[in-house]
Design a protein around this ligand. Structure first.
Ligand SMILES: [Zn+2]
Ligand SMILES: [Zn+2]
Length: 81
């Protein structure tokens, strides 16, 4: 009489820890200094695209029109924020 021992195949691959935690996207903080002179705080935005981009002094220079420093869209007035 012959006994056959069937070994249980213990070929269970170790579960690879897929815990590759991606870093949380940091909240994009709005720019705080003028995108034109970068020396004064932003206080004006284009009313068309609503991108805050200009400080008080630069807004006075471009009050009659210019291009948004963020998206390049033309504006013809500026809005105090
Ligand atoms: Zn400025
Ligand atoms: Zn813009």
């Amino acid at each position: 009489m012959t006994l056959h021992f069937e070994e249980p195949s213990a070929s269970h691959p170790a579960p690879s820890p897929a815990a590759s935690s991606s870093p949380a996207p940091s909240p994009s903080s709005p720019p705080t200094s003028c995108l034109n002179c970068s020396s004064s705080p932003i206080s004006y935005q284009s009313p068309t695209c609503r991108h805050p981009s200009l400080c008080n002094g630069c807004a006075m220079k471009q009050a009659t029109g210019g291009k948004c420093k963020v998206c390049g869209e033309k504006f013809f007035e500026l809005q105090r924020i």
